[in-house]
Structures are given as structure tokens and as C-alpha cells.
Ligand binder design. Sequence first.
Ligand code: GRF
Length: 202
Amino acid sequence: MKKIVVLVSGRGTNLQALIDASRSGFIPGEIRLVISDNPVAYALRRAQEAGIPTLVLDYQSFPSKKAYEAKLLEVLEQENPDLICLAGYMRIVGKEIVQRFRNRIMNIHPSLLPAFPGLEAQRQAVEYGVKVSGCTVHFVDEGMDTGPIILQATCPVFEDDTPETLAERILKYEHQIYPQAVKLFLEGKLEVRGRKVFIRGE
Ligand code: GRF
């Protein structure tokens, strides 16, 4: 069974989608550990309820970002997962970790990248006035939301949308394409060439 580690900071609905997909056998992998930088993340509760080990690396308790990243790298090297999934993880992963796990770290972002990277992507989309938005699963590189794109899903943006109503619409697609991307990866169907991801057998 392939090993997955999930990094979270918040409520964990994407974590839940991955837990459900693992349990049902949709993804051929097991979530071995959930790491949170936030001790009160609801995602921790979800992991515990699913019987998955959790680890809190409380960012505030580290003297520096460097110290935090060093500890995180140490834990990840110990676990040596096949795949690391960021699921509502609110930090930029440091260069050393990215290099050590190149093309083995995935993220889900609630916009059609490269549009609206960074925080509050749904608010950015509403304020910009786009008619279509969606979500993106991508590999993590050294930039912010810039890595090779694996899957995207689109949805309409309505004139009366608020960031909240759009976020809710996009979230449903997130919960579909994140497990789908993880499945493709664990089945060995993703090939990264430069900044393009080729899906074998498609
Ligand atoms: C999602 O919108 C995800 O795309 C973004 O952060 C949010 C996390 O939500 N990266 P949840 O914690 O998975 O519910």
C-alpha cells in the first residue's frame, strides 16, 4: 500500500475527501499521518475519528521558520511517504522540502491557476469579475501555486456570487478532483516533463 502524509491547517474537508477515498479503495494508498501547523485545526479531529495518527507542529512554538521547516523535513524523511498532500495547509513549503520531495508534493488551490494564486482566491475571482472559475490540483514547486498542473475543474461564477457562495460551489469540485489526482499519481499514471503533466492512458 502506498503511503500518504497530509499537511493541514484548518477545517479539513479536503482531508476528509482523501480519507473517504482511501477507505473506499478509490485511491490505492493509505494516509499514514496528518500533520498540522495549527493545534486547533478541525482537520485533526477528522483524522483522529478515522484512526489516523496526527502530529501537531505548532508553528508558533518554533523559534524561526527555518527551525520549523527543519523539523517538518525530519518528520517527512522518517515517514518517507510516496506522496505528500497539502490540504488547506496555509504555509509555503520551504525549498529544501520541495527539492527533497520533488513532484511528490501536491496542493489543491481554489482557482483556475495561473489566475488568482495566493490567499482568498475566490474573493479575487469575484472581485475581478470572471465568469468562470474552479480549482486546480498541482505539484508544489518553489513558487506560490506555480507548480505543474495535474487536474482542473471549472464552474460558473454568477453575478450575485459572494466569495462565500463561490467558495462553496468550488469546494464540491475540489473534493472530486483531489482524490482523482491522487489516484492517478499512486497508479503511476502521471509523468512530469518540464512544467507539463502528462496523464498516461488518457
Ligand atoms: C480549500 O479551498 C483549498 O483549495 C485551499 O484551502 C481550502 C481548504 O479547505 N487550499 P479544507 O481545509 O480542505 O476544508
